[in-house]
Design a protein around this ligand. Structure first.
Ligand SMILES: [Zn+2]
Length: 312
């Protein structure tokens, strides 16, 4: 490869990917035979980026597609980001969360995509008992609930599968990937145990949320989620708000949950009607303001324990 083509390649890819891409992509070699620089791994949005960093460690270079503070469902990809996907050793995503990413994986490198949803048993969309999906614009073409990262036990399974996948993509570091995957899975399983214990004895088991993201968490810990809407951007109808208010009163709900990236207006209206407070529960679709995935999940646990009146 000539220096000039190397430079051109660098300018084309360097915007997002940085120099390490050169070794794996520009010379036409597979990531596995990379002799200089680490394989480039693209992670579609925050929890997957965190997981990929934990499992990949210093052996990979992780590029996140979704900037902090951006609702991942709304993501659109610039052409150079699509090119980054094509050149990466692996793209870690969840099919159905971001149509732009699904399309880019399919178009550029279907064999180099790791769909985390394929590693676990998924739940049906609307599993939480929410009826009336007319306004649903959130789950896109997914026939299942995509928010699987909010169940630490499932996410531990994803960590193990990701370790195996990285080991296959970069056999030279296979054992390191598997070791870090085991450590990460152990941290996630410890979190799962804490949450199971912390949520075992509560006054109410009903979780009223703005955006219906907590189905996996509810399912894992025996809670019942009532989502006001699937779509973070949609205005629920007055009839829907009245319906949820009625259930919330009957279930003695004290707290309506909101989230950082979505306007709390609807939750506040509902809280006033029910005589409840509001509190922020982080669906972790974007990087938390403080700490990482584990810290934000532990903060969610504290919030849940207060709101649901848990005692153990
Ligand atoms: Zn979501």
């Amino acid at each position: 490869m000539s220096e000039s083509s190397r430079r051109i390649r660098m300018r084309a890819a360097g915007l997002l990917a940085g120099g390490s891409l050169l070794a794996t992509a520009a010379c036409g070699a597979g990531a596995a035979d990379s002799v200089q620089g680490e394989p480039q791994v693209v992670a579609a949005f925050y929890p997957l980026q965190w997981l990929t960093e934990q499992v990949g460690g210093a052996d990979v270079k992780v590029t996140g597609l979704t900037a902090p503070g951006v609702e991942p469902h709304d993501l659109e990809l610039a052409p150079q980001q699509v090119a980054t996907l094509g050149d990466a050793a692996l793209t870690v995503y969840i099919k159905g969360v971001q149509p732009a990413v699904d399309d880019a994986v399919e178009q550029t490198a279907p064999d180099k995509g790791f769909d985390a949803a394929t590693a676990v048993k998924t739940l049906a969309a609307g599993h939480e008992g929410h009826e009336g999906h007319e306004e649903d614009g959130h789950e896109h073409d997914a026939s299942y609930d995509t928010h699987l990262w909010l169940d630490p036990a499932r996410f531990a399974t994803v960590a193990t599968a990701l370790g195996d996948r990285l080991a296959a993509a970069d056999p030279g570091h296979a054992q390191a990937y598997k070791d870090r995957a085991a450590t990460t899975a152990a941290s996630l399983n410890a979190l799962d145990q804490e949450m199971a214990k912390g949520l075992s004895t509560c006054t109410t088991k009903t979780l009223v949320t703005g955006h219906q993201a907590f189905g996996y968490l509810a399912d894992r810990y025996g809670l019942k989620q009532i989502g006001i809407t699937f779509d973070p951007d949609a205005e629920p109808s007055p009839a829907r708000i009245a319906e949820v208010a009625k259930v919330a009163k009957a279930e003695k709900v004290t707290t309506i949950f909101t989230e950082a990236l979505v306007s709390p207006k609807v939750a506040e209206v509902l809280a006033t009607e029910v005589g409840a407070k509001t509190a922020v529960l982080d669906p972790l679709e974007s990087k938390p303001a403080d700490g990482d995935y584990l810290a934000a999940m532990r903060a969610n646990l504290v919030t849940l324990r207060t709101a649901l009146g848990c005692s153990s």
